[in-house]
Design a protein around this ligand. Sequence first.
Ligand code: GLU
Length: 385
Amino acid sequence: MSTRGRRRTDRSRLLDAGRVVIKIGSSLLVESSTGRLHRKWLQSLAREIARLHRRGQQVVLVSSGAIALGRRYLGLGRDQRKLEEQQAAAAAGQIILAHAYQELLNRHDIKVAQVLLTLEDTENRRRYLNARNTLETLLELGAVPVINENDTVATAEIRYGDNDRLGARVAEMLGADCLVLLSDVEGLYSADPGRDPQARLIPEVREITPDIEALAGASATEFGSGGMVTKLVAARIALSAGCATVIASGRRLRPLAAIEAGKPCTWFVSSGSPLAARKQWIAGTLKPRGELTIDSGAERALAAGGSLLPVGVVAVSGQFGRGDAVTIRNRDGRDLARGLVAYDSDEARRIRGRRSEDIEALLGYRGRDELIHRDNLVLISGGAP
Ligand code: GLU
């Protein structure tokens, strides 16, 4: 592909993304000489986020920097070995960080909301759904979620440890179209650019092969815990969720505009869309925990790409929780689809055959109208809805 052609495509990957997750590394936010927040840089990023917002794009920030800021604030040295000190530093630094985002984004009339996650929140299905619902609600309300790891309670065994991976999990969770990893490097190089003058930036990676992994090396920076290795892990997670990923330098003001302008960076791209990847996961990976038998009206609705409403369900079998996979059958016992349910099996039994308006009266709370939303539904034959 020609350079001009490639640049045009690269530009559109960020421009056309409906939902963008931006991971900001500590080394960009915290001045290495003073340990203070790099306000000018953050101000410029806030302007860029406002620009994305005006274009109608949803933005999620995954920001590091709490520990580095908190260490300085609490008068701790740079020796980062003690876990209790790290946790204390995170507790103090997170407020500084959240305050800065709030102040700088509020200037653009953008609301921010802080979400602190632990590994459990993305690996445990129930907590995953809760976290996802909260983030979806914030995005619907037009807010920018500012996410970090909950470092005050995370210990070595139960933490992501680096925000690259956390960013990728968040991108996967939200079906983001684009993950931007901003750090102090311009991208992936064919060799260590610090040592090898022949080293060249790789503009695009379509598959993370062992050869690509071998290029990563261990390039941890002073403040951040991630290096190229964790960025590749992140890119792999995001790609398998159909989310394009870009590693780009934030060592400039307006780093997002630079990506859009085709400045050097490394794109990781896959052919699938986030929705297609999610559907593949539902169809192939999850073990169904129950069955829903549906009437012919619901069968027609599914075939036409619609969601499954409680009114079309005639029978519920098995024990399942909210978010579990179930098989959908017609009255003849033919498997039609697979999907993730929005209600557990007891609730599903209570609302089956009833109209969505009655859900609140039947269950005592107002849940989703659909028993299975079409984004969580895959037809077994006849193509995906
Ligand atoms: N969560 C850590 C912090 O806020 C940073 C982890 C990372 O550098 O990737 O300080």
